[in-house]
Design a protein around this ligand. Structure first.
Ligand SMILES: Nc1ncnc2c1ncn2[C@@H]1O[C@H](COP(=O)(O)OP(=O)(O)O)[C@@H](O)[C@H]1O
Ligand SMILES: [Mg+2]
Length: 353
């Protein structure tokens, strides 16, 4: 196999679906184009995703695909996807969309590379949805309630998504769908390492490649819950702390518990519930990543969390291994793969222009 394809090569190839794809349905697709007539991609850093429609007569509404092309190889990719697919079919959650891992996916330089063909999920990415509803605290509260239910269902079904963050969560009307199953954990994958460690703005700062199990979503689930609860009470947090690639926290906040500006601002809300949730996040940072409690249990025991009064300046940072992680488990996924101009131009947001 030659070098792994880069974004430009995928971009070239998808413009000729008949030649690029082996799947009969994909051979016939029309890609969504941008205003310059070029394929309009989205990416979170691990994959580049094209929206494509297959002519389908009566069932055409079901034939809008997300074609995910990978920006790097993933170890035992096919096996993992097989395990994930089997488990999801068994547990039948309402939050995932149908997908197929195609080993002979896309042809580049006469070599086949894998892709995922996935049903397109309509809706807004979570941060866009939140932004649209900042002035409607009741809508944010409804989303927060749905979030609790989703997280509970995932736990009960023994599924962990692995990278819960705005770019992988689509909200449409009252329902939430998750995309990007690369980092998912299901019981058949027990004993393996993670292929990624998730978005930095949502993860326990010490999470590493060996942390891989049912517990990996717990920290991010709590961060999302607290973010929504806080925004319900103080929408100005958005202007101040939303960067375009987070909700309101960034990784540094988990390394500077109680000291970075967000913690002060949360305190100013003057809500006992927000104080307790903030204390719960702080308490979870001080545990090992796989020892974080699940969301339901945190919410049931909220009153027991007190913000740690003395936190050594570099508590979690010191315990984090230096930045010598292998590329396969880098937390800072987007940074390497995507040129900064793409991030600046809102490339990943899939916003309509
Ligand atoms: N099935 C899908 N339906 C709708 N949008 C999708 C789908 N899959 C991916 N996307 C869009 O593409 C973006 C990047 O895809 P993702 O699978 O998250 O790649 P990465 O692994 O790089 O994060 C997502 O943030 C989302 O906007
Ligand atoms: Mg993603």
């Amino acid at each position: 196999m030659g070098a792994w394809p880069d974004l430009t090569e995928y971009h070239e190839a998808v413009q000729h679906p008949q030649k690029a794809f082996a799947d009969p349905g994909l051979k016939a697709v029309t890609l969504e184009l941008d205003r310059f007539g070029m394929p309009k991609p989205a990416t979170g850093g691990n994959a580049v995703v094209y929206k494509a429609k297959e002519p389908g007569g009566f069932l055409s509404f079901k034939k809008t695909w997300a074609i995910r092309c990978f920006l790097r190889p993933i170890s035992d990719h096919a096996e993992r996807y097989d395990a994930i697919s089997k488990h999801l079919r068994k547990v039948r959650l309402p939050y995932d969309v149908n997908f197929q891992f195609l080993k002979q996916g896309i042809q580049i330089r006469s070599t086949w590379f894998p892709i995922v063909k996935m049903q397109w999920a309509d809706g807004d990415l979570m941060h866009i949805h939140i932004e649209k509803h900042l002035r409607y605290p009741a809508s944010l509260a409804a989303l927060r309630e749905k979030w609790v239910t989703l997280v509970r269902h995932l736990e009960a079904a023994q599924v962990a998504h692995g990278d819960l963050q705005h770019g992988n969560i689509l909200v449409r009307g009252g329902s939430i769908q998750l995309v990007d199953y690369d980092g998912m954990w299901v019981p058949a994958l027990r004993g393996r390492n993670a292929t990624e460690t998730g978005h930095r703005a949502y993860q326990h700062p010490e999470r590493g490649g060996q942390d891989y199990g049912q517990e990996i979503d717990r920290f991010s689930a709590l961060v999302i819950y607290l973010s929504l609860a806080a925004l319900e009470r103080d929408a100005t947090l958005w202007e101040r702390f939303h960067t375009g690639d987070n909700l309101i926290f960034v990784r540094e906040d988990f390394l500077q518990l109680g000291r970075s500006a967000i913690w002060q601002q949360l305190g100013r809300i003057g809500s006992a519930q927000i104080d307790q949730l903030a204390a719960a996040v702080a308490a979870m940072v001080q545990r090992r990543p796989m020892k974080v409690s699940n969301l339901d249990s945190v919410l049931q025991n909220l009153a027991s969390f007190k913000f740690p009064t003395s936190i050594p300046a570099s508590t979690p940072a010191q315990r984090t291994p230096p930045a010598s992680k292998s590329p396969a488990v880098q937390g800072d996924r987007a940074a390497g793969a995507m040129p900064s101009w793409m991030k600046r131009s809102g490339y990943r947001d899939h916003s309509d222009d």
